[in-house]
Write a new protein. Sequence first.
Length: 133
Amino acid sequence: EVAYGNLGVAQFQRGLVASSFDSWLVSITLNPEFDVPWYNLSSHTRMRGVPPLSYYPMLYRLLPPGTYEMLAKDPPSAHLRLGRLLLERALNCRNCHFREMWQKELKTIDRELNAVLHPQPPPRVVQPLLTLE
């Protein structure tokens, strides 16, 4: 599983994005408790968006039933929701290599999700009245 994880990173660095995704999925299939490919998939989906079900049915079989349908209901936040789900999966692995760093990243995702789901109106700028003397 480590070899496929490393292969995925090398492929990603060479611009072979779809191949890297495939390698990380193979790594997870070989060992679902290997945290790094889960993290890599999380980063990938947050940067590039939600992969189509037709291209990556294996990914959605590894996730809770109905995940793709849940993501399809809210496209603006789908990449963050899926990225969060995959990052949680990495954090829940028996031997999580970068727990503290990834927990901070999870908090960042939560803030980003909150901003998308509950946008704040822009602040009102009040211009002071000018008096002519």
